[in-house]
Design a protein around this ligand. Structure first.
Ligand SMILES: Cc1cc2nc3c(=O)[nH]c(=O)nc-3n(C[C@H](O)[C@H](O)[C@H](O)COP(=O)(O)OP(=O)(O)OC[C@H]3O[C@@H](n4cnc5c(N)ncnc54)[C@H](O)[C@@H]3O)c2cc1C
Length: 417
């Protein structure tokens, strides 16, 4: 009997796993199940589509042919509702059972809704899928006023969409700056200025208290925590993800704002693996559990999970523990922006401003570089990532690290680490 690999989710993690499995196991049954109505697309480009900058075509990565050519069974519009690890089956919303020998859960997350009045009104958007992007684009094209809530990496996409679509928008932030866990006031001000130039006004010490609607149930205004009313036919909310772990609730997998996996993407349940945004993985650089919401990391984890599933099924495949420094870039402004590693963690940081649009911040833990944010000049990113991978103790050499141009061999790195 042939072996069967079942993958929940056709995002970049699930799809990369399917590809890795098919390459090494030409005769295995491979099934990919997704609740979306379309095959893998480039999730990080859907913001450009919503801004009105890109047509649909370049966003698609896999046409249905891609699966046919590789003899991969793609089940669209199919929501997985549970896993029975004893029977080695998954259940779908229409009562179907699919058997697996090895199962990968690559189901990512779902955007959180604000727990305030009318947060589900017509015109209040959350942003995760291509289908969301189509609705956001259509609405932003016709809206005159908008509000965005959520001062993080997805919120700023919604703000840039408002700017790109000439929506007169306010960007409500709870604190005194954008992404306050990773940026100081000085660095964030560069972003605020970029937003203002796009016609988006940052509003600080704010946030949505509730939304007002008209008789048709459409949002018309946002009232912030200070009682101020902001006209908003369009609202974008990005306050984090709820990970789609409920599928695993009847299993012994450890669920803790994500699914625990080891450095090879194995959960604690036999023959069940997880990859991508949904994982709380063992980070071999930090030597602790970590979570990552980035495309590159999800792709690597998916490919590794596929290989681990093969290796555990007896295929002759080399697997190496997950060791990856992720990065996330923003391209909405005239200057580039990149965060890398874990810029919101650490016990020490240093920063420098080089010009009106050039700034850098590095974070350290136990003397080791663990992450940072670069605005304006991304050139040193590969050197910083190398230092993170090498677990180099360099916190005492911040002057060298913050030089506009620096070379790794200018650093005195202790050998004993
Ligand atoms: C607008 C936007 C912009 C982004 N920009 C960047 C960027 O610039 N750089 C970057 O690195 N990252 C970016 N990201 C994040 C990046 O896209 C994600 O980290 C990455 O796509 C995660 O991949 P994944 O495969 O783990 O999960 P997902 O891409 O979320 O895929 C999971 C899939 O599983 C499906 N699914 C969930 N539950 C079930 C179920 N029960 N049954 C069946 N199917 C299910 C989901 O519908 C989804 O299709 C962005 C994300 C968004 C939304």
């Amino acid at each position: 009997m042939s072996e069967s690999y079942v993958i929940i989710g056709d995002g970049i993690a699930g799809s990369s796993a399917a590809e890795a499995i098919r390459e090494a196991a030409p005769d295995a049954d491979v099934t990919v199940v997704t609740d979306e109505g379309e095959a893998l697309y480039n999730r990080i480009l859907i913001k450009e589509f919503a801004k009105g900058k890109l047509p649909e075509a370049p966003i698609s990565i896999h046409e249905p042919d891609w699966y046919d050519e590789r003899d991969i069974d793609l089940e669209l519009n199919t929501l997985v509702t549970g896993v029975d690890p004893d029977a080695h089956t998954i259940r779908t919303h229409d009562g179907e059972e699919i058997s697996y020998d090895k199962l990968l859960v690559a189901a990512g997350g779902t955007p959180n809704q604000l727990p305030v009045e009318n947060s589900d009104a017509e015109g209040v958007h959350h942003f995760w899928t291509f289908q969301d992007a189509r609705q956001i684009r259509e609405h932003a094209e016709e809206a005159d006023t908008g509000v965005v809530v959520g001062a993080g990496l997805l919120g700023i996409d919604l703000a840039a969409i408002c700017g790109g679509q000439d929506v007169d928008a306010k960007y409500l932030m709870r604190g005194d700056r954008w992404w306050r866990y990773a940026l100081s006031a000085e660095g964030a001000e560069i972003i605020h200025e970029g937003l203002r130039e796009k016609g988006v006004e940052p509003v600080f010490e704010s946030g949505a208290d509730h939304f007002e609607t008209n008789d048709d149930g459409e949002v018309v205004a946002t009232v912030d925590g200070n009682g101020e009313r902001h006209e908003s036919e369009f609202v974008g909310v990005a306050i984090g993800l709820d990970f789609n772990v409920e599928i695993l609730q009847d299993t012994e997998a450890t669920i803790d704002n994500g699914v625990h996996v080891d450095e090879y993407m194995r959960t604690e349940v036999d023959d069940v693996y997880a990859a991508g945004d949904i994982t709380q993985y063992w980070d071999t650089i930090m030597d602790e559990r970590a979570q990552n919401g980035s495309w590159g990391s999800a792709k690597q984890q998916g490919a590794l999970a596929g290989k681990t599933m093969l290796a555990d099924a007896g295929h002759d495949v080399d697997i190496e523990p997950f060791r990856w420094v992720s990065s996330y870039s923003i391209t909405h402004f005239d200057f580039p922006f990149l965060s890398f590693g874990f810029p919101t963690m650490g016990d020490e940081s240093c920063e420098r401003k080089y010009s009106d649009t050039e700034w850098r911040r590095l974070t350290f833990k136990d003397g080791k570089l663990i992450g940072g944010v670069l605005i304006g000049n991304l050139a040193p990113q590969s050197k910083y990532k190398q230092l993170i991978k090498d677990e180099a103790v360099v916190a005492d050499q911040q002057d060298v690290l913050l030089q506009e141009n620096f070379e790794i061999d200018e650093l005195a790195i202790p050998q004993e680490q």
